[in-house]
Design a binder for this molecule. Structure first.
Ligand code: 13P
Ligand code: 13P
Ligand code: MG
Ligand code: MG
Length: 369
């Protein structure tokens, strides 16, 4: 029997600005998750939050894109929205962008990352959840751990990984349908770099192990701006990665986050800051940020999860959190000047565009004599 892992997340409202869901919302989400396990829809479910986003991590046997699973998540988010409204919370229902739900959350606002597989004898995996950024935040760490032996020496040391990996990359600016490309490494490494260097346009959707065809990771790729046609909040993606044996070790997945790489997000989704690896259930603070990512390690066995190990809750990451703060403060000192603020093509708020339209009418073209 195959197990499916589905991580579906959404921002349905938060306390004190875009900071965190309320305890009442989380209690409702947990109650609904427990009921779905009791009913047999799910074999297990964990409810967590990262910043203002609630994530259902679900194990079940119904496969990917299953309407019952997606409907459960959608209806649950409607219930947490109702609580957010009743408490006067900010951004109640923020990520539920459409009314006519037709059995799949993709293209509706919530993010989903799903994987179906035969459980290995030991099935360790990590759920990464980020807030205040786009899905391209995973490009750099996923390039480093599956394709770059300079960062992941396991690619040289472990014979299981020697044949490399195949990435599925999505062009997230194409809104008519899913536009994807498969890129195999090490053979097409430079092509992969060429795409992933632009994380607001090309985003890793999944990665498979070349020798076995097994899927190693799944990333939610939704871009809310492209669904709604305007800024309605940041995408705040999740990723599930299977670890060990034919896949990178848990530590090899974590190590790229030590760079605290710059990403677009933070306040109003419009600023470049350094990603801070945080403990689970962390909140948002400085400048509606900084962009945060949490990592929860689990094993799944016959559809049941172990307790989580909070992978960024370790003294090593205190230094990285300080580094992320310093990098963020350093670029924030530049205020609205590019590249601290996003360039025109990625600017999420409309104010600058509207100002420019007005100012444009006052320009005079000087004739050359
Ligand atoms: P195992 O040899 O136990 O698989 O562990 C190796 C490892 O993951 C070190 O990073
Ligand atoms: P969220 O997408 O996390 O709601 O953040 C929105 C925002 O604009 C913060 O300043
Ligand atoms: Mg929000
Ligand atoms: Mg958010």
């Amino acid at each position: 029997m195959k197990t499916t892992l589905s991580a579906i997340k959404a921002d349905t409202g938060s306390v004190g600005g875009h900071n965190r869901p309320s305890n009442a919302m989380l209690a409702k989400a947990t109650e609904l998750a427990d009921a779905a396990v009791k009913k047999g829809l799910l074999s297990d479910c964990k409810v967590t939050f990262t910043g203002d986003d609630i994530c259902f991590l679900m194990a079940h046997t119904r496969g990917m894109d299953n309407p019952d699973i997606h409907t459960f998540a959608w209806e649950s988010f409607k219930e947490t929205t109702a609580i957010a409204k009743s408490q006067g919370l900010y951004g109640a229902g923020q990520d539920l962008l459409k009314d006519a739900f037709s059995g799949n959350v993709r293209g509706m606002g919530p993010g989903s990352a799903e994987m179906e597989f035969e459980e290995r004898q030991a099935e360790p995996f990590v759920l990464f959840a980020a807030d205040k950024c786009g899905p391209g935040v995973f490009n750099y760490p996923l390039l480093s751990c599956y394709a770059d032996p300079y960062h992941n020496a396991g690619l040289l040391l472990a014979p299981d990984m020697h044949a490399g990996f195949t990435y599925t990359v999505m062009d997230v600016n194409y809104t008519e349908a899913d536009k994807v490309i498969k890129v195999k490494v090490p053979e097409e490494y430079y092509d992969l770099c060429t795409l992933l260097r632009d994380p607001n346009h090309y985003v890793v959707e999944s990665v498979t192990h070349n020798a076995s065809g097994l899927q190693g990771c799944a990333v939610s790729t939704s871009r809310l701006h492209n669904i709604a046609g305007k800024y309605v909040g940041k995408d705040d993606p999740v990723a599930i990665v299977r670890t060990q044996k034919q896949f990178p070790s848990t530590g090899e997945y974590l190590s790229p986050w030590a760079l605290a790489h710059f990403t677009l997000g933070d306040n109003r989704g419009s600023h470049h800051v350094a990603v801070m690896p945080v403990k689970q259930n962390s909140i948002i603070s400085y400048f509606d940020g900084p962009t945060i990512v949490s990592a929860a390690g689990y094993c799944v066995h016959e559809g049941k999860f172990t307790e989580a190990v909070d992978l960024f809750d370790q003294p090593f990451w205190d230094l990285i959190r300080t580094k992320a703060s310093e990098k963020t403060l350093s670029i924030r000192a530049q205020g609205f000047f590019n590249p601290a603020m996003a360039g025109m093509d990625e600017l999420e708020y409309t104010g600058v565009m509207e100002n420019l339209k007005r100012i444009e009418t006052k320009f005079e073209v000087r004739s050359v004599k």
